[in-house]
Design a protein around this ligand. Structure first.
Ligand SMILES: Cc1cc2nc3c(=O)[nH]c(=O)nc-3n(C[C@H](O)[C@H](O)[C@H](O)COP(=O)(O)OP(=O)(O)OC[C@H]3O[C@@H](n4cnc5c(N)ncnc54)[C@H](O)[C@@H]3O)c2cc1C
Length: 310
């Protein structure tokens, strides 16, 4: 991939060859990618997208890796990191009742939330405690307690497989529970338009407290990827897993959290294989007890062995 070395030499991206991916996901597991690339501009990203498509090279886009499982075999191909952008949101439109902002997909969601709170803008309070980037949140329609980022999206700017920019309107993206029209990873999100709503400091703090209260029963400072399974219609995956006796189950260095049965913790030396085995055991237990096939919320990347979909 001479073009990649050329982009690197020209300072348009940084390239880390044979990079262990455990450094780039919150479960801290997984093998290497052929290279991990951090593009420095949207046009460099377009070039990477176009060249990988033309040459048939697999390319995976990652934000903070807080909702993915990377196989121990690693990923055949390139990983493109879109994270750690700290440029502040741009206000596109402002009235007494609505403010529209344009935000980089690589901005951490928590930074966007802090920015909005400081300016008296409401809408994102559900995101308190959700790690990851704005791009990752939009791709998977991240949310909590019935609220999700898709409710706020006005437009999404992406790089498509041919390297060109496309702008999607929010209503084209079919946001649903932890899913969007961009979940497949084929379109790479570079920026997002969001509606926020002016509100009093007191109301915003109240809502933050409300959403933060749901985090109390979740493991803190543990290596996890958030909820492993989606809630089935009308049910709670966490409660089913708990009632099926999953809390504390262990395979190698992976353990079902004692605080919340829908979280799997890497105790230090877990492999992706350990996590996959534990996922299978948990799913079997819930199927046996409730006759329900739990669907994964985390995304298993690559072609390595993965737990079958529920
Ligand atoms: C402690 C903890 C608590 C959590 N709580 C919640 C919660 O309450 N609600 C919730 O919804 N999630 C939760 N999560 C899961 C996770 O934080 C969110 O799903 C988050 O939005 C993922 O963002 P990310 O940048 O880490 O995405 P990644 O994990 O890097 O990627 C996730 C998927 O999005 C794709 N993607 C990432 N960036 C882009 C982009 N720019 N363009 C196109 N596709 C992209 C990836 O290819 C991948 O398929 C939690 C995770 C943890 C560790």
């Amino acid at each position: 991939m001479r073009w990649l070395l050329d982009l690197d030499r020209r300072g348009l991206c940084s390239v880390r060859p044979k990079e262990p991916l455990r450094f780039w996901n919150t479960w801290c597991v997984g093998g290497c990618a052929e290279a991990v690339i951090s593009p420095r501009s949207e046009s460099a990203l377009g070039c990477i997208r176009k060249m990988t498509s033309e040459e048939g090279v697999h390319a995976f886009v990652l934000g903070e890796g807080s909702n993915v499982l990377i196989p121990d075999e690693g990923l055949e191909g390139l990983v493109v990191l879109l994270r750690d952008d700290t440029s502040p949101p741009i206000v596109e439109f402002s009235s007494d009742s609505r403010v529209e902002v344009q935000v980089s997909a690589a901005l951490p969601l928590r930074k966007l939330l802090n920015w909005a709170v400081r300016r008296g803008l409401s809408g994102l309070e559900f995101a308190v405690g959700i790690p990851g980037t704005v791009g990752g949140a939009v791709a998977g329609n991240a949310g909590a307690k019935g609220r999700s980022i898709g409710d706020l999206v006005t437009f999404v700017r992406t790089i498509e497989e041919d390297g060109n920019v496309r702008v999607w309107m929010g209503n084209e993206l079919s946001f649903s529970y932890r899913k969007s029209g961009l979940s497949s990873g084929r379109s790479w999100i570079t920026s997002v338009g969001l509606n926020l709503y002016p509100s009093s400091d007191g109301d915003i703090r109240q809502r933050l407290k409300h959403f933060a209260s749901f985090r109390k029963g979740q493991p803190k400072n543990a290596k996890t990827a958030g909820c492993v399974f989606k809630n089935p219609p009308g049910g709670s995956a966490g409660m089913m897993l708990d009632s099926a006796g999953c809390k504390g189950l262990r395979v190698g260095g992976a353990m079902v959290s004692l605080q919340h049965a829908n979280f799997i913790e890497n105790l230090g030396d877990a492999t992706a294989g350990n996590i996959i085995q534990l996922v299978d055991i948990c799913r079997d237990r819930v199927r046996d007890k409730f006759g329900v096939n739990l669907e994964l919320e985390v995304r298993v990347l690559g072609d390595g062995p993965s737990p079958p979909e529920g």
